[in-house]
Design a binder for this molecule. Structure first.
Ligand SMILES: Cc1cc2nc3c(=O)[nH]c(=O)nc-3n(C[C@H](O)[C@H](O)[C@H](O)COP(=O)(O)OP(=O)(O)OC[C@H]3O[C@@H](n4cnc5c(N)ncnc54)[C@H](O)[C@@H]3O)c2cc1C
Ligand code: SF4
Length: 350
């Protein structure tokens, strides 16, 4: 590992100032993602500013919804009674990720900022424009079975790995930040970037911009998250789907659907959402919505399997969210699996 300086700060202002003044400085929270990448020689920060001691560890009521401090652990958020009851997709997505030990360390600010699991990004001997701009993309001519169907560019075809981010996108969460130019609010679906010709920039955050909290807006509908993975536990999504559904009597008032592991950001499928609004929920309607969601998919050499897998997953997520089909197996996984110590106790509120 390269030598680096480590600093703890007592206030968010100090943390922002410390990172902002060092071009190779960065924040660290739980360290579960960042330290691995340093050990693997992928990242070489000169300064780590530890934000885990900052006072952002509360889950509070906020404007009819819930404010989750950036320092709240993934476990604390997943098991919060408020989040389980009002935003089950968030709890399910968190429990579908990593392991109990990692979730105990991982923070709500750090989780959506974890880097891609593209194997070439994580191997410093391979060409990767995200790790080293201008070096090329080994995935495009390589084995690209976990890569993107949507929004990719000639420079990068990576996907974003966070399960949580998919649920936050479907629920239109808002990210509160403090940067060198002061505080701002970012709509969650706008947080992550498409690669374009700058794949090394994953998000719209400025250098030294700190996430202070994530706000879940008021929501009285049903939400749900499903994930397909190669192993039943401790594996990243091949495809995932989060649904937030609000009914208006017997018809769908509003549907929001985000797909995971298909793009460099959680992929909101607005054409499908428009098709669902105002309709009576049926399986044929959900199948038509899933067809619309994947109509613009652009598969690579090895990842076309994600299209039927994603369509079927989206139909099932809609059926289970709506209640037309009962939940199968533990929450947060498309296959019966252990997803954490409290998995299986949750159901989508009826
Ligand atoms: C073996 C393993 C399996 C995993 N499986 C999954 C999985 O299936 N699904 C899944 O979603 N995740 C999975 N993860 C990833 C895990 O969820 C993340 O590592 C974790 O959520 C990151 O949180 P952290 O606090 O440890 O972040 P850190 O590692 O501390 O930081 C991650 C990034 O966020 C930045 N950062 C942290 N906090 C802030 C802040 N407040 N403001 C601005 N920037 C900040 C850091 O600079 C860094 O770039 C897995 C991880 C491991 C090691
Ligand atoms: S897909 Fe992106 S992250 Fe993966 S090798 Fe290509 S440039 Fe790097």
């Amino acid at each position: 590992m390269h030598p680096f300086q480590y600093q703890r700060t007592e206030t968010a202002d100090q943390a922002v100032a410390a990172v902002a003044q060092d071009p190779a400085g960065t924040f660290i929270a739980g360290g579960t993602s960042h330290v691995d990448l340093m050990k693997e020689g992928v990242l070489h920060p000169s300064l780590l500013v530890d934000v885990s001691g900052l006072p952002f560890k509360q889950i509070t009521a906020h404007e009819g919804g819930v404010r989750i401090g950036a320092g709240v652990s993934n476990t604390a958020a997943a098991t919060s009674a408020d989040i389980r009851q009002r935003y089950p997709a968030v709890s399910e997505a968190l429990l579908a990720g990593a392991s109990t030990q990692i979730r105990n360390m991982a923070s709500m600010g750090g989780n959506p900022l974890q880097r891609t699991r593209c194997p070439y990004f994580r191997d410093p001997t391979q060409a990767c424009n995200k790790r080293e701009p201008g070096s090329g993309c080994a995935a495009i001519g390589g084995y690209n079975h976990v890569h993107a169907l949507f929004g990719a560019s000639a420079a990068c075809v990576a996907t974003h790995p966070s399960d949580l981010a998919v649920a936050l996108s479907a629920l239109d969460a808002r990210v509160q930040t403090l940067g060198p130019d002061g505080p701002r609010t970012i709509a969650f679906p706008d947080l992550h970037r498409l690669p374009g010709d700058q794949p090394h920039r994953d998000t719209v955050l400025a250098h030294g911009e700190l996430i202070t909290s994530i706000d879940l807006p008021a929501f009285s509908g049903r939400s749900h998250y499903l994930k397909v993975r190669e192993r039943a536990s401790y594996a990243y999504a091949l495809v995932s789907c989060a649904v937030a559904l609000e009914m208006n009597g017997s018809t769908i008032g509003r549907a929001r659907v985000a797909l995971g592991a298909v793009a460099s950001k959680p992929w909101r499928v607005t054409a499908a959402e428009a098709l669902l609004a105002g309709q009576v929920p049926t399986e044929p309607l959900f199948r038509a919505a899933a067809d619309a969601a994947f109509a613009d998919a652009r598969p690579l050499e090895h990842n076309a399997y994600k299209i039927p897998m994603g369509r079927n997953l989206m139909v099932r997520a809609l059926l289970e969210t709506n209640g037309l089909q009962p939940l199968q197996g533990p929450a947060g996984t498309a296959f019966a699996a252990s997803v954490g110590g409290v998995a299986g106790q949750f159901a989508v509120p009826r």
